[in-house]
Design a protein around this ligand. Structure first.
Ligand SMILES: *Cc1c(COP(=O)(O)O)cnc(C)c1O
Length: 398
């Protein structure tokens, strides 16, 4: 199909929540590049929003999925599922958690984590469970997760919201302490704010939160939906900080592109769920858990090290670029989750569009940031390529 036809169908039939999309439809992939309907190649620094961390030429991944499709892709949770059981063991071991539940998306897994925190509080005699989250966060689009998202623009028009979520300031421990009441059941945060502008937690803040939670018998819930699966250079970003939450939530890269989410908890917390407290038709089905199992085996310690090294290289190159471009106010991130914050003189969307025209895909984030989330298979040559184009595009904007 031609792009114009696709655009027309989308404009006529799809709910208008994405507005005018970027005028490209990718139909194929190769290495770390995507290929559009015209056969034009694009170097990918977005990876489907931190999803396709293995790039597009992983033949083992394709073979594993094809093998599953040749047998059975779905059976329901009335029955045992081999790959679900195997993935459950592997993910719990890697995350140092005791139990897991598989959902179909980030928001849905986060919703389950919130239910678990509430049920745990209820079992302890607190049926007014309050959750402290943060301004500028992002946790999803369901009613509870959009309430947990501390950004007004996501709330407007969807009231009444879910009750008893409160917002503290990120990287400000005192602002959290002020919100604690006898009903506080959990503190929920991203270890690196993603959509809100790629802002890593300071070690004092995250370690301080962990201590505070222990002291006050409050659950620590860490949203690793974007930062997890090695994106930060560790399996889960909180591992860079030496903290251990009570509940953590994953999705995005977990299935390498097949939709799957997960929330994990310690035995103490997970035991609050009893039969029939939670469930899912699709969650953890053979197709999704085949993908997840492949991806967890793919994510070896060597690959994590590669993410750390490539991240350092990327950051160094971006800082060199910053030295020649005063419009870049700040460069920050961890592993291969990196942002360049621009001043008001340059539009991020404009830079994104200019790069897209030149065959490079990047993302943006809140606070006027360019956001880079490449596959972990990206090469230093490909990073150099991006920097050369970025240099030229930024020069044209000045
Ligand atoms: C993407 C994201 C979500 C929502 O995940 P969906 O799969 O889009 O529902 C939640 N939290 C964070 C930190 C995310 O980056």
């Amino acid at each position: 199909m031609q792009l114009e036809q696709i655009k027309q169908l989308d404009a006529q039939y799809y709910m208008n929540v994405f507005g005018e999309r970027f005028p490209v439809c990718f139909v194929d992939g190769e290495g770390n590049s995507l290929i559009d309907t015209q056969g034009k190649k694009y170097l990918d620094f977005l990876a489907g929003i931190a999803v396709n961390c293995q790039g597009y030429s992983d033949e083992g991944f394709k073979a594993a999925l094809k093998n599953c499709i040749d047998h059975v892709i779905h059976t329901s949770n009335y029955f045992y599922i081999e790959t679900q059981a195997q993935l459950a063991e592997k993910i719990c071991q890697m995350a140092h958690m005791d139990r897991v539940f598989f959902a179909n998306s980030g928001a849905e897994a986060m919703e389950g984590a919130i239910k678990l925190a509430r049920k745990y509080a209820y079992e302890k005699g607190n049926d007014q469970s309050e959750i402290i989250c943060f301004h500028n966060s992002f946790h999803g689009r369901t009613l509870a997760t959009l309430t947990a998202t501390g950004q007004e623009k996501f709330h407007k028009g969807f009231g009444p919201l879910v009750k008893t979520f409160y917002y503290a300031d990120y990287n400000d421990l005192e602002s959290v302490k002020k919100l604690i009441t006898p009903h506080t059941s959990a503190i929920l945060l991203e270890p690196i704010i993603g959509e809100g502008g790629v802002i890593p937690a300071t070690p004092e803040f995250l370690q301080g939160l962990e201590a505070l939670c222990h002291e006050q018998d409050i659950l620590l819930i860490i949203d690793e939906i974007q930062t997890g699966m090695g994106r930060s250079g560790e399996f889960l970003a909180y591992m860079n900080y030496g903290v251990q939450p009570d509940i953590t939530v994953m999705a995005k890269a977990l299935g390498g592109g097949v939709p799957i989410g997960a929330f994990l908890a310690t035995e103490k917390v997970a035991s609050a769920f009893q039969p029939a407290d939670h469930g899912s038709t699709f969650g953890g089905n053979p197709l999704a858990t085949t993908a997840g199992l492949y991806m967890l085996n793919w994510l070896t310690p060597q690959r994590l090290q590669q993410v750390r090294q490539l991240g350092e290289y990327f950051m160094r190159r971006l800082k060199e670029l910053q030295a020649g471009h005063p419009a870049i106010l700040d460069v920050r991130g961890m592993g291969l989750m990196i942002a360049a914050q621009l001043d008001g003189s340059v539009s991020c969307k404009g830079v994104l569009q200019a790069l897209l025209a030149q065959g490079i895909v990047i993302g943006t984030a809140g606070g006027n940031c360019l956001r880079f989330l490449p596959p972990y298979t990206i090469t230093t040559d490909e990073i150099d390529d991006l920097m050369a184009h970025l240099h030229q595009v930024l020069a044209n904007f000045q």
